[in-house]
Design a protein around this ligand. Structure first.
Ligand code: ACM
Length: 705
């Protein structure tokens, strides 16, 4: 099957220093470092007293709870030796305003006017040098919270930014007010490349979407925005050398260069690299709409509305193609300062190459035996251009061909094996397979996927070539309204996989912390939570959306690429405003329910039984509300059978709990009938599935025994 969606599906399977002199400072720093050397790594488990109360994500490399607390008051003075245009100064200002917003405290310090260190300073930060936004840069930090003072130190300002986020995450509260628990944290990332891909082509993502997501990324220590800027459906960058690209290739939806510069500046302030991707030579219809003369067939071409792999492809056999890219890359490599430049390279459909006799002649003349060889030729030519413009190339795993220089990075999307194979041959790589958040899988699934699994057969030297990974937010089925809810909070779990020691893998604990992080992401303007009720109000055309909220809390969109095979044909104009779009990728309520069921199965406790039956009653009674809403809102009609399935599951569930409590075996005919109903209720409806289904099945299974 040639749709990219389907083919992707097939592979889917983290001292004090009132310094007067440099000497004084060095001594203090040495002592501070020494005190950390005795801290042992903390693996986060329920038997770790205190650790469970730290809602940190990604969890730091080393944490030592020292007891007591630093009480936050309005006399919270922050100070550091930085100038107002430093990253850290801006970060400290953001930190203070977030702290004020969260606590309602009216801080005495005018932190926007500057943060000199003086006798009042209780939170003091220091870094040694500005960090470079390049892979391998030092991002470590040391945080020490004592009852009277907080100190944060880092080698680079990038590390300091991470420390500020950690400090915000440990802010705690009790009836007496807000406080920071006393602790020492020594932290540094496991991987240097911790990315998030945002696809601005399939659906355009306005500047504010990118900006708020940069803030969220920095909150969880992600440090690379991989910006997918061109594809069949849209070319999204203003080009001054080839203006028809954005004029004809974008439906008017593109980023002006001034906006891009602004976004790169914000990213830099947040310690985030911006790696642009121009996907070539396939996935390129939008370019060829504007400049058909570089295509493999004469055209004309039209902007692609459908998703998947389409046939338009650049002509690699013509010199004029490389003249075009020379000018184009000269402009774009100047606009994007990152040392890496992504040329895509995935899913090249060779149909047009085969249909063009000149291209076939060119291949024969140059002894290029197949289309993969032709793509390799194209890549080598583009790599020469990138090298001329002092960039290193990154591409999807299809770009790998023998003979490519060793400074390229291969991004593995088709499987872990490509990453391993690349590393065995000496290539650096990053992993995206298993981090396709557009597939609306559980956070757990992504969390347990590791760029370097414990059973990896790579040598220590080869392991160093695995730079990290990237979550991918492909945008076929998201809009600016829904993208945050697909990105967050699950990307925070992925961020932890990229940052934290590999031993930190306790799934239940991850979920516990994820809920808290999810709340704090709203502070960065992420609207993953707040858009749901808004969307439900629009669907219901009513303020009374309680029933819809109950249903949405236990429903999930169908997984993987299944939405493309449920009857509707999605394209870039399709409405993404239905009930399924308002549902979160993962129902945390269903996860809780499943745990309740498991507990009940274990203990047959009456209270537990009543709690579970309480859930079932709520879902049963909900059905009439959905029916009533759908009577006045045709767009909600499709949710009625979904709600009816929830009713069925609840009826089965109540009966099953009662039987289990009575300790009586179920009649075989009753069981047979219930399993039939259960299977029926498993079917997806309105592109949704009921996430509580496994919990109900577990109850019935119990009666079989
Ligand atoms: C990809 O998902 N085609 C890189």
């Amino acid at each position: 099957m040639l749709s990219s969606e389907i083919s992707k599906a097939g592979f889917f399977p983290g001292a004090r220093f009132f310094v007067k002199s440099r000497v004084y400072y060095s001594v203090i720093l040495a002592l501070f470092m020494f005190s950390f050397s005795s801290i042992l790594p903390v693996s986060l488990r329920a038997d770790q007293p205190g650790a469970l109360n730290l809602n940190l994500m990604p969890y730091p490399a080393r944490v030592n709870l020292t007891g007591g607390e630093f009480r936050l008051t309005e006399k919270f003075y922050v100070g550091g030796h930085v100038k107002p245009d430093h990253r850290v100064f801006k970060a400290a200002c953001r930190f203070m305003s977030r702290l004020a917003a969260r606590t309602g405290l009216f801080f005495e310090q005018d932190y926007l006017a500057g943060q000199p260190v003086n006798d009042q300073t209780v939170f003091l930060y220091h870094f040694e040098r500005p960090g470079q936004l390049v892979p391998g840069e030092d991002e470590s930090y040391l945080l020490e919270i004592n009852p009277e003072k907080i100190e944060l130190k880092a080698k680079t300002d990038l590390g300091l930014l991470h420390g500020l986020e950690t400090l915000l995450q440990v802010l705690s509260a009790d009836s007496a007010g807000y406080y920071f628990p006393c602790l020492q944290i020594e932290d540094s990332p496991r991987f240097t490349w911790r990315g998030l891909l945002i696809d601005s082509s399939r659906h355009f993502m306005p500047v504010e979407v990118i900006k708020r997501n940069l803030l969220a990324m920095s909150a969880v220590k992600l440090n690379v925005l991989h910006w997918h800027l061109s594809d069949d459906q849209g070319f999204r960058v203003e080009s001054k050398s080839f203006p028809r690209l954005h004029q004809l290739g974008s439906d008017g939806l593109y980023y002006r260069q001034a906006e891009i510069i602004d976004i790169i500046q914000l990213a830099s302030d947040l310690g985030i690299r911006v790696v642009p991707e121009f996907d070539l030579p396939g996935h390129s219809t939008s370019w060829l709409v504007a400049y058909p003369e570089y295509g493999s067939l004469p055209g004309p071409y039209q902007l692609e509305r459908k998703f998947g792999v389409s046939s338009p492809v650049f002509n690699p056999a013509e010199e004029k193609t490389y003249k075009f890219f020379d000018r184009f890359l000269k402009e774009m490599t100047f606009l994007f300062p990152d040392p890496y430049f992504h040329l895509g390279g995935d899913e090249v459909e060779p149909k047009h190459w085969k249909e063009n006799p000149e291209i076939q002649k060119f291949m024969k003349k140059n002894k290029i035996s197949d289309e993969a060889g032709l793509q390799a030729y194209f890549n080598r030519r583009l790599l020469q251009l990138l090298t001329k413009y002092h960039k290193k190339m990154i591409g999807w795993d299809e770009i790998y061909q023998p003979g490519l220089p060793k400074n390229i990075v291969i991004q593995s999307w088709r499987g872990q094996q490509a990453l391993v194979d690349g590393a065995k041959k000496g290539y650096q790589g990053i992993l995206s397979n298993g981090y396709y958040i557009d597939l609306v899988e559980s956070a757990e699934r992504h969390y347990l996927n590791d760029p370097l699994p414990s059973d990896s057969l790579l040598t220590p030297e080869e392991k160093k070539l695995i730079l990290g990974g990237e979550a991918t937010m492909w945008a076929e089925l998201v809009t600016p309204e829904t993208v945050d809810s697909r990105l967050w909070p699950r990307s925070a779990a992925i961020a932890e996989r990229f940052w934290s020691p590999k031993e930190i893998r306790d799934v239940d604990d991850m979920y516990k912390r994820l809920r808290i992080i999810s709340l704090s992401l709203e502070e960065n303007g992420i609207n993953h939570l707040k858009n749901q009720p808004m969307m439900l109000r629009r669907l219901a055309q009513s303020y009374e959306i309680g029933g819809l909220e109950v249903l949405a809390r236990v429903a999930e969109p169908v997984k993987g690429y299944a939405r493309h095979s449920q009857g509707k044909t999605y394209n870039s104009l399709a409405p993404l405003t239905r009930f399924v779009d308002a549902c979160f990728p993962e129902s945390l309520e269903a996860r809780d329910f499943r745990q309740k069921v498991e507990k009940f199965i274990g203990n047959r406790d009456l209270r537990q039984a009543e709690e579970i039956k309480g859930c079932f009653r709520l879902w049963q009674e909900n059905h009439q509300k959905i029916v009533r809403l759908a009577n006045f809102s045709p767009i909600l009609k499709e949710t009625v059978p979904l709600s009816a399935s929830l009713l069925t599951l609840s009826q089965i569930g109540v009966e099953a709990v009662d039987l289990l409590m009575k300790g009586k075996p179920a009649e075989p005919s009753w069981l047979e009938e219930k399993f039939k109903q259960l299977e029926e209720a498993r079917k997806s409806v309105a592109e949704c599935q009921l996430a509580i289904w496994p919990g109900v099945k577990a109850l019935l299974d119990c009666l079989k025994k």
